[in-house]
Design a protein around this ligand. Structure first.
Ligand SMILES: [Zn+2]
Ligand SMILES: [Zn+2]
Length: 358
């Protein structure tokens, strides 16, 4: 019987009891016992956090598909943003070189606010950061405007713990469009509210910087995402107001949004599963390119406590490069990394055979 089925039957990922144990202590029995060891115990390198570990005991109830309740305000705002971004593309040829460089820089800056900040630092606690780096990341995160860090992390922990069920906010079983952007345009499924509301978020509630951002989120995002990126090129090198607004604010914002969303849509649908063939998340290099390192998604869901979200270090992974640079400066520390041996063992046990070591 495959390990994941035994885990499902045992009904809990917090114990290592074997439910099929025959009375004798045979070698077979020992092997079965090893198979039922919960996923996180095989490499418990981050004992302080368990809320992002997959819980196979939670499954959807049988029944008709959920009814969609549209949130028209979000639908209209998203449509307008994407129209503005398309118009922004047509303005690129008339932009000054500095404006283009500034837009690209803002893309990486706000991208890191999601990947190195909301994702790897605050949602998964895969490394620790000193105050100057946390300040940098909270500003960058506010520029990315993808909900505040607290809400983003709660959604993201639910996404890992209840992957591909109705309690997963962007459940990829509901299709590409839903997992990409549709989930933001309809009311949350009741299961998301119920299970997400029970997650332990005490670490972030105790984080003063995260709570400060949450309290002042609206003025913060207006300033960081729209006002500042428009004023800087206009004031400092005489770019036109329209070019600054449509390229550095709207277009840059829409590109970062879609890059992040591709992790939830494309990286759950297209690619190989070398580490765990029993889950949907996949390895997708193109997504990694756009999402500054977050496309190694089969690895990431298999080992959510690894700060690199990939086996391959800096390879197509600007975020890991950035965190390592911060570590060299003494601003990041305690980076959690899964051992090579544990990765290889996992590939052998649950991989789809596409890994070069297979
Ligand atoms: Zn994650
Ligand atoms: Zn995912």
């Amino acid at each position: 019987m495959p390990a994941h089925m035994l885990q499902e039957i045992s009904g809990s990922y917090s114990t290592s009891t074997t439910i099929t144990a025959p009375p004798s202590g045979s070698l077979q029995n020992e092997r079965e016992k090893q198979k039922t060891v919960p996923q996180y115990l095989e490499e418990d390198i981050r004992p302080e956090m368990k809320e992002d570990i997959y819980d196979p005991s939670y499954q959807d109830e049988e029944g008709p598909p959920p009814k969609l309740q549209y949130v028209w305000r979000n639908i209209i705002l998203m449509a307008l943003l994407h129209l503005a971004a398309l118009y922004g593309i047509t303005l690129i040829p008339s932009c000054k070189l500095y404006t283009c460089l500034f837009a690209i820089m803002s893309y990486y800056f706000s991208g890191l606010g999601i990947t190195a900040g909301a994702h790897r630092l605050w949602s998964h606690r895969t490394y620790k950061a000193r105050l100057p780096l946390r300040l940098f990341l909270i500003l960058a995160n506010t520029m990315a405007f993808q909900n505040d860090v607290y809400e983003w992390s709660r959604d993201h922990r639910a996404h890992h713990k209840f992957t591909e069920t109705h309690a997963d906010p962007h459940n990829s079983r509901r299709g590409f469009f839903f997992s990409h952007v549709g989930w933001l345009l309809v009311r949350k499924h009741p299961a998301v509210k119920e299970k997400g509301g029970k997650l332990d978020m005490s670490d972030l509630k105790a984080d003063k910087l995260v709570m400060f951002q949450r309290r002042y989120y609206l003025p913060g995002l207006l300033l960081m995402c729209f006002i500042l990126p428009t004023l800087v090129p206009w004031y400092y090198w005489g770019e036109t107001f329209v070019n600054s607004l449509y390229v550095c604010a709207f277009l840059r914002y829409a590109v970062v949004l879609n890059s992040t969303w591709l992790v939830n849509s494309a990286a759950h649908l297209y690619g190989y599963r070398p580490y765990n063939k029993d889950i949907e998340p996949r390895e997708n290099i193109l997504v990694s390119l756009g999402a500054v390192g977050e496309g190694f998604h089969n690895y990431h869901h298999t080992f959510p406590y690894d700060y690199s979200t990939s086996e391959y270090g800096w390879y197509v992974n600007f975020t890991t490069f950035f965190i390592d640079c911060m570590a060299a400066l003494g601003l990041a520390y305690d980076r959690k990394k899964v051992s090579k041996a544990a990765v290889l063992a996992r590939i052998k046990r649950t991989g789809d055979g596409s890994h070069k070591s297979s």
